[in-house]
Design a protein. Structure first.
Length: 436
């Protein structure tokens, strides 16, 4: 049955409270995820892990769990109260962090890390879906970008604050001060407490009415059939975002090892690398929202993805940063890469929220999460390592990185351009109609 009259949007105060909470949620979740990479070495020493086990924890376990849970999670988001799902996710998230913080063996760490991936598959798309219903289309680009800003803040602060806190706890332990657990465990347990505190804030947030629904109560078969009607737009869009995620995830995993292999210690680069992640990610997210709205006003939904295509092309030359002899050139191109990647990721989500109807939007976001997690987070870093090995070993990591990321960025631009063109063939919806 078609839904004619659309429900009212929340009041300005409720919408503001909702977007602030969702941005804070993104910040906390991303900070917690960053802890795994930051604390990998002390975890490895304390528990006697191998490099292979650390790699499984950092990428494969989390990425596969995130990817394969994303499709059923997307379906739940379309049918169940998103506020309720966020509450359940926060409870499970807190438990998973506590599990990692108290783990005594590799198996328990894997369970905790996979649980984080399962929860992220539910919570992150639910947050984007909920945010899209807080504001009308003309304000949606900016509101959605604020969620990405929260995630960028979490990534940067995870490196900066987490590193400083770990060093402080380590010094306190060396000085003989009373610390009940190892510093890395203390950070995970503190993160669990913060996650639990978010549950109290969730009580202040209301579930917004779902906007732009074309039909009500669609079953799974109907939802998939409805989504299939958008395949000409959705398939190239998801492929474009997938290739962009290959480059983004490669940077996330390999930036620190590339710097260490230049002879730097973590203490020598943690400060500026954290600042680069913070500034580049926030600027890219904000620019993505602004550019998506500018594109929408100039060319409707066809124009939304044009900035993403252009910025994806910019990622290609920026991906040679590991080959730069100068550390300044390395850092400069890295900033460009992170900024452009954040713009592309932000606009991609905005395009989904503008083109795909509400009742199948979560499923579409689930497909995006699946592709990005399985082939990006879980696969891209391993592909770079395997190519490096095939080229001659660890010394070839910079060349392997560039050989994967440069063509991936070009492919991302091509598919995003195709998605932009095919979007013009779809009927206009309230979310993409440009006010006349």
């Amino acid at each position: 049955m078609m839904a004619n009259a659309q429900p009212a949007y929340p009041s300005r105060g409720r919408a503001a409270a909702g977007i602030i909470f969702l941005s804070l949620l993104g910040f906390v979740l991303t900070t917690d995820i960053t802890l795994t990479a930051l604390l990998a070495e002390p975890m490895k020493r304390d528990l006697g892990l191998s490099d292979v086990q650390v790699a499984l924890l950092q990428g494969t376990a989390y990425g596969l769990a995130l990817g394969f849970a994303s499709l059923p999670a997307g379906r739940m988001i379309d049918r169940i109260s998103r506020r309720f799902l966020l509450g359940c996710g926060l409870v499970a998230w807190t438990g998973a962090l506590a599990t990692i913080g108290t783990a005594e063996d590799f198996g328990t760490l894997i369970v905790g890390r996979m649980a984080l991936g399962l929860v992220a598959a539910l919570v992150v798309p639910a947050a984007f879906s909920m945010a899209a219903d807080l504001y009308p289309p003309e304000r949606r680009s900016v509101s959605t970008s604020l969620l990405v800003v929260g995630q960028a803040l979490g990534q940067g602060c995870g490196v900066l604050v987490g590193g400083l806190a770990f060093d402080a706890l380590t010094r306190a332990a060396a000085a003989g001060d009373f610390i009940a657990v190892a510093p890395w465990r203390a950070l995970y347990l503190a993160a669990a407490v913060i996650g639990a505190a978010l549950l109290a804030l969730l009580a202040l947030v209301s579930e917004p009415a779902r906007q732009e629904r074309r039909q009500d109560g669609a079953n799974l078969r109907t939802a998939v059939s409805e989504l299939w009607l958008y395949r000409g737009f959705l398939i190239p869009l998801l492929l474009g975002l997938l290739f962009a995620q290959v480059t983004i995830q490669a940077v996330s995993i390999w930036s620190s090892p590339l710097l260490i292999r230049r002879g730097l210690t973590p203490g020598q680069f943690a400060g500026w690398l954290g600042a680069v992640l913070l500034v580049g990610g926030i600027a890219g997210a904000l620019a993505g929202g602004w550019l998506a709205e500018l594109g929408r006003r100039m060319g409707g939904r066809t124009g939304v993805l044009i900035p993403a295509m252009l910025l994806a092309l910019l990622i290609a030359p920026a991906s040679i940063f590991p080959l730069m002899a100068s550390l300044n050139a390395f850092a400069g191109l890295l900033v460009v890469h992170i900024f452009a990647g954040a713009v592309v990721a932000t606009i991609g989500v905005i395009a989904v929220t503008m083109v795909i109807p509400n009742e199948i939007r979560g499923l579409a976001l689930g497909f995006n999460t699946f592709a990005s997690a399985v082939f990006g987070a879980a696969g891209a870093p391993a592909v770079v390592a395997l190519i490096s090995r095939a080229m001659g070993g660890e010394a070839m990591l910079p060349t392997a990185f560039a050989s994967v990321c440069v063509p991936s960025a070009i492919m991302a631009a091509l598919f995003l351009g195709l998605a932009s063109r095919t979007s013009a063939m779809l009927p206009e919806s309230p979310a993409t109609a440009v006010p006349g």
